[in-house]
Design a binder for this molecule. Structure first.
Ligand code: NAD
Length: 506
């Protein structure tokens, strides 16, 4: 985009944008071995604004070799937890001190509203701080058999962790994996999403400044089928932590199977928000609006199916549609923007195809296309469909944009059956003032995480993950530490050696 176009459209381009991004391997920025690059687009104009190095197997091999060397020969896995913790706290300090710049770049690259990108940058710092604290508080089990044996757990880092991340809130999601992987003494190769490589390119400088030893962090940009695939199939990478679509997760699961890798899979969702007639209606409307339209609706835990009890259904739909129409769509860099532009034209086309499909599957009560005044770029008006049948595709499939389906129900049993009626099981949001119903429903719903009368406010100590097609394994708090470490059991005899002696006869 030329500066003149930018001014005409009100779009803003951050100062000092790079025009190319390289890999970061063994402490140095490098191009791809074969020199290949790919285009990265500005989601407001869909014009190419930089070239990123396009990694392949040869680049992954170099990155894994560097990470392996840093693991077997370097100081990082052998440092005291307190020493690693100090480095992690410095990383958090640096991220915090650069939060505005990080948010500016993230917002420009991904189309996320700047105010939300700022919150995500701060959350990234918090992820590092959290694991910096956790690693020094970590205690492991010892089991005593009086007079005979002591058995203790020797927790060890595993090796090179392969981290594969998606494009929604890229920097924050990378921190979510980098924090625990590094805190536990592993070395890493990160493969960020190809739509949004910009903010990931800042980690190297932050880590160098914080004193992370050379080779501990490596970054290879590129496509999933090339760079990501090579990481998954690399024999020296015993762990893969993946966040992305369920179908990609299942492909990776198969590709990793011959190597018997440790896998953590955070996958897609189609989470229900269930609003009972006895709920605080205003709070429920506010929360369910935020739940699906924040982060442009590109949110794994979005409450993208709203189930509403029949007594309040009409009132809810009316209030909801009116408020959805007031949600402010704007340029990502503007402070007042609540919904920015979707990340990429391919994703825009996918979301728009669901918007068109929705017009045949439900009653359109808000949005339904491009918002007024935004003729280019990937802008979608917050879109609400009511009276959506539970077998409709917009009720069943993850859209990952600012589009929501509302469906009525009569009884608790029906609400539960509807809530559980998808292949996904990531989150559920329940709105009711009946204590028994709240707990019984929460415990019965197929979801890895439930919020009762609450928005998606997460405590970093709690498990994070989904059931069914939404994930395998749980990270979060000590569960992340468990994923990134081996727990070796060491047994020691205290008294007489207890030997059933063989070979004494004859
Ligand atoms: P995606 O699956 O297309 O890509 C995710 C990452 O995997 C990218 O880095 C991509 O390059 C890589 N990849 C693709 N094919 C690969 C392959 N064959 N081998 C190795 N790597 C490969 O997902 P996306 O479109 O970037 O992200 C959106 C999806 O992520 C949504 O489904 C969303 O729900 C999910 N998500 C889940 C969570 C969670 O915690 N459960 C959080 C955020 C996003």
């Amino acid at each position: 985009m030329t500066d003149a176009t930018a001014q005409a459209t009100g779009h803003r381009r951050p100062a000092d944008l790079p025009d190319r991004i390289q890999h970061y391997i063994d402490g140095a920025f490098v191009d791809s071995v074969d020199g290949d690059t790919f285009d990265v687009l500005d989601p407001v104009t869909n014009e190419t604004y930089l070239q990123a190095a396009s990694g392949k197997k040869a680049d992954i091999d170099l990155a894994v070799a560097a990470a392996r060397r840093a693991f077997t020969e370097g100081p990082w896995p052998r440092m005291l937890p307190r020493e690693r913790s100090r480095v992690l706290h410095r990383i958090a300090d640096l991220v915090e001190s650069r939060d505005k710049r990080l948010a500016e770049l993230e917002s420009f690259d991904s189309g996320l509203p700047i105010s939300q990108a700022l919150g995500q940058a701060r959350r990234a710092a918090e992820n590092f701080r959290f694991f910096a604290d956790l690693i020094v508080a970590q205690a492991d089990d010892t089991y005593k058999v009086p007079g005979r044996q002591i058995n203790y757990v020797n927790r060890k880092p595993i090796g090179v962790a392969g981290l594969i991340t998606p494009w929604n809130t890229p920097f924050m999601l990378e921190s979510w994996k980098l924090g625990p992987a590094l805190a536990t003494g592993n070395t890493v190769v990160l493969k960020p999403a190809e739509f949004t490589p910009l903010s990931a390119s800042l980690w190297a400088g932050i880590f160098e400044e914080a004193g992370l030893p050379q080779g501990v962090f490596n970054l290879v940009n590129g496509f999933g089928e090339e760079a990501g695939d090579a990481l998954v199939k690399h024999p020296d990478v015993p762990l893969i932590s993946f966040t992305g679509e369920s179908s990609t997760g299942s492909l990776i699961f198969g590709n990793a199977a011959p190597y018997l890798k440790g896998l953590s899979m955070e996958l897609g969702g189609k989470s229900p928000a269930v609003v009972f007639a006895d709920a605080d209606l205003d709070a429920a409307v506010d929360a369910t609006i935020f739940g699906v339209f924040s982060l442009n609706g590109e949110r794994c835990t979005a409450g993208s199916r709203i189930l509403v009890q029949r007594e309040i259904y009409d009132e809810f739909v009316e209030k909801y549609a009116a408020q959805a129409k007031r949600v402010k769509v704007g340029y990502p860099h503007e402070e007042t923007t609540e919904v920015g532009s979707l990340v990429h034209p391919e994703h825009y086309d996918k979301v728009m195809s669901y918007v068109e499909l929705g017009k045949t599957e439900g009653r359109l009560v808000a949005g339904g296309g491009r918002p007024e005044g935004f003729d280019t770029g990937n802008f979608v008006a917050p879109t609400v469909f009511a009276d959506v049948s539970p077998d409709a595709r917009i009720f069943q499939e993850e859209i990952f944009g600012p589009v929501v389906a509302i469906t009525p129900f009569d009884t608790d049993e029906e609400a539960l059956a509807l809530a559980n009626n998808t292949k996904y099981g990531l989150a559920a949001y329940i709105w009711t003032s009946d204590l028994k119903r709240a707990h019984n429903f929460s415990q019965a719903v197929d979801a890895g995480m439930v919020w009762l009368n609450s928005n998606n406010v997460r405590d970093l100590r709690t498990p994070f993950g989904g059931v069914k097609a939404s994930g395998l394994g749980h990270e979060g708090g000590y569960r992340s530490i468990d994923f990134y470490t081996d727990q070796q059991a060491v047994h020691i005899t205290l008294g007489e050696v207890h030997n059933p002696t063989f070979g004494k006869q004859g």
